[in-house]
Design a protein around this ligand. Structure first.
Ligand SMILES: [Fe+2]
Length: 263
């Protein structure tokens, strides 16, 4: 079964860009102003990408690497989001939408529900190449956006946003849904050709976190929604437990199942 019944397998031109107006998130929307990036900022992007790609070519999920090519990311310059969206929009209807920084949960979920990924435009400085507490364009675009070109992942992420938006009144349920996001979108791994491969943005965009997984340090469990909804995690430490899917259909089905249980 193709759970992504509303897409046509990502065929170019299959889905027009989302048209829903954003209301809650409106105050956070900005322009990218790509021409204002300095040579130094492009050089930081290039260094970050060059550092990650050798490991990712061997250890990232095929879907991530395909998405990287499909949306036209380059190793030498910070992406122009308008160019990314010209390629991404016709594939899955997703857009990388520039925002001013962290969003409150209701604004974040509204954007996901509208297939608009909140994307920071700032890039970290050379002094914080390995880790930045604030999200930046390297984490958001290099780490997240290539997966949005995959039709099943694309449908999963929108559904996740829509379900979470209905749970705003219930802190406990929202926290449980947040764990599904953490162990998929941020720290997800998949088994492909007998190996663990990375697809979560926290693993893709961090050399330390990616290496930690490749060296076999976290316990890798089979994907299990019940366990994930109960699994505590610490944002500030390397992850001790991760959950591996066999295919992205599993996370789509998990979001459907979570909706049944929590809504
Ligand atoms: Fe992230």
């Amino acid at each position: 079964m193709n759970p992504a019944g509303t897409t046509a397998s990502g065929t170019a031109g299959a889905r027009p860009p989302a048209a829903q107006p954003l209301t809650v998130s409106q105050p956070y929307l900005i322009q990218q102003n790509w021409d204002d990036y300095s040579e130094e900022q492009h050089a930081v992007w290039a260094e970050l990408v060059r550092r990650r790609m050798p490991q990712l070519r061997e250890h990232a999920a095929e879907e991530y690497l395909n998405g990287f090519e499909q949306i036209g990311l380059r190793e030498d310059t910070i992406p122009n989001l308008a160019d990314v969206n010209r390629r991404l929009g016709p594939r899955t209807g997703w857009n990388a939408t520039p925002v001013s920084g962290f969003l409150p949960p209701d604004a974040f979920f509204e954007m996901l529900g509208a297939r608009q990924f909140p994307t920071t435009t700032y890039i970290r400085s050379r002094e914080s190449m390995e880790y930045t507490p604030e999200p930046d364009i390297f984490h958001d675009v290099f780490g997240h956006v290539p997966m949005h070109a995959h039709p099943v992942f694309a449908d999963f992420l929108q559904h996740y946003g829509r379900v979470s938006a209905t749970l705003m009144h219930d802190k406990d349920k929202l926290e449980r849904m947040g764990r599904l996001f953490w162990f998929t979108v941020e720290f997800g791994v998949i088994r492909q050709k007998g190996k663990i491969r990375l697809y979560g943005s926290g693993l893709i965009s961090s050399h330390g976190e990616g290496t930690h997984v490749i060296e076999g340090r976290p316990e890798i469990r089979d994907f299990n929604l019940d366990q994930i909804l109960d699994q505590q995690f610490l944002v500030s430490e390397e992850q001790k437990v991760l959950y591996a899917v066999e295919s992205f259909d599993q996370i789509y089905e998990a979001a459907q199942e979570a909706e049944k249980r929590l809504c």
